[in-house]
Design a protein around this ligand. Sequence first.
Ligand SMILES: [Mg+2]
Length: 229
Amino acid sequence: MRYHTLIFDLDGTLLDYRKTEDAALYITYQALINENLPSNLLPLYREINEAVWRDLEKGLIDPPKLKTQRFRKLFRALAITGDPEAFSTRYLEELGKGGYLLPGAIEVLEQCNGKVRMVSITNGLEKVQKSRIALSGIGRFFESVIISEEVGYAKPDPRIFYHLIHEMGLSGPEGILMIGDGLTSDIQGGINAKIDTCWVNPENFQSNGLEPTFVISRIDELAETIGLC
Ligand SMILES: [Mg+2]
């Protein structure tokens, strides 16, 4: 067998982050902001949030700053009067309630279960991710879940992968496959750590010069693609 260990990304790969994010944002906005819901709230928030996460991946900001920075920017862009810190606290609480799975996620974990070692590395906030993993029921498949906030490194920093290799008692990157939807985090991270990669690319995006070992459009193509079934 070519791979003995599979590392799964969580959001956009196994868990439905969009659904979680949409619900958390609407609920928090309606609870804390005494104004009508702006029609561009979601797309604008996504744009701002993606930009702050890119900054985190580049090491330009740290998780505590990220949490409130995105709402500070959102409030400014929409001319909302409110407390970004209180908004962030409530939003994180709501986010932790979103354990929605993407189609095919459980099936692929069941297919691989018992045949390889399975772990997860997620760029996310510790409390939020732990709660969502528990709600989704996928925690039982993983020998270990590494959360960037907890270890202090985020994908694509190779140190988060070295941390895992060390924790699992492995000798190096051979025989490990990183599976994820994030080009700048999962795929770049795998390449940085010399780990093979499988890019989950449902929207058929360009790979911007990066060369994943495999590209699949749905997570349920994984087992067959890597010869696990
Ligand atoms: Mg992802």
